[in-house]
Design a protein around this ligand. Structure first.
Ligand SMILES: [Mg+2]
Length: 258
């Protein structure tokens, strides 16, 4: 039996609509005795909200099985004074982190959504404040550095551009908290008490999911849903162990492979 890390956005659902056969596939994986962890780079919802959303789509999971970037940031930044440019919902998962408006030890950049809140969080004033803190010696962290995410209407600009902009302006490099960082995969494997070589990462993103997991020694399955693009796979030097039409094919495929 394997340990399996399941990406959520683009693997289980797209824009709040479940991928056909995905809830049944998750049930089948459990029935086959696999241990599951749901791993997401979502930066607009708290864990509580994400779990509720998945349950409403028909997925069965415990709160503790879902790992958010906010919760991983809480592990990484515990006890530090942090200027956080993130959606308010994520703050719920930040735990022991001390949030400050100035004199920060770290600047944390979260993700974007198509909302007024995003426009406020990433206003010129806030980005200039973050720049000022970085110039004064704060370290730069980001929940993820995604370029875009897939919606039912097409690709949307993600917050990686704000991270890259601050890196450029402050001549620094951000420490990544979410996928594909080792901090994130480490937290997931620790929670499952699993060895990398006996663990599968299932994702729709060849960079953050597949390449990141391979660097960490995991086995990988890429699904042709969500942000999957045939030409990206063709051009990539990354070769997943499996390429599946969707997660619906995973239980049967694993039964053959293991
Ligand atoms: Mg995804």
């Amino acid at each position: 039996m394997a340990a399996i890390l399941l990406d959520i956005d683009g693997v289980l659902h797209v824009s709040g609509e479940a991928i056909r056969g995905a809830p049944e596939a998750v049930r089948a994986l459990r029935r086959d005795g696999h241990r599951l962890r749901f791993v997401t780079n979502n930066t607009t919802h708290s864990r509580r909200m994400l779990v509720d959303e998945l349950r409403a789509l028909g997925f069965e999971l415990d709160d503790e099985e879902l790992q958010t970037t906010g919760a991983t940031a809480a592990r990484e930044l515990a006890g530090k004074r942090v200027l956080a440019l993130t959606m308010a919902a994520v703050l719920e998962d930040l735990g022991e982190v001390e949030l400050v408006g100035e004199d920060a030890e770290a600047v944390l950049i979260g993700g974007a959504a198509e909302t007024e809140e995003t426009s406020r969080v990433f206003s010129y004033m806030n980005l200039a404040r973050a720049f000022h803190e970085l110039e004064a010696g704060a370290e730069l962290y980001c929940l993820h550095k995604n370029r875009w995410w897939q919606t039912s209407r097409g690709p949307m600009l993600d917050s990686g551009c704000f991270v890259a902009g601050l890196e450029y302006a402050a001549e620094t490099e951000a420490e990544l908290v979410g996928k594909p960082s080792s901090a994130y995969f480490n937290a997931a494997l620790e929670a499952l008490d699993a060895d990398p070589e006996l663990t599968w990462m299932v994702g729709d993103d060849i960079e953050a999911d597949v390449a990141g997991a391979q660097r960490f020694g995991l086995r990988t399955a890429l699904v042709r849903t969500g942000k999957f693009r045939p030409d990206t796979l063709e051009r990539s030097t990354t070769a997943p162990d499996a390429v599946l039409s969707s997660i619906a094919d995973l239980p049967a495929w694993l039964e053959e492979a293991l």
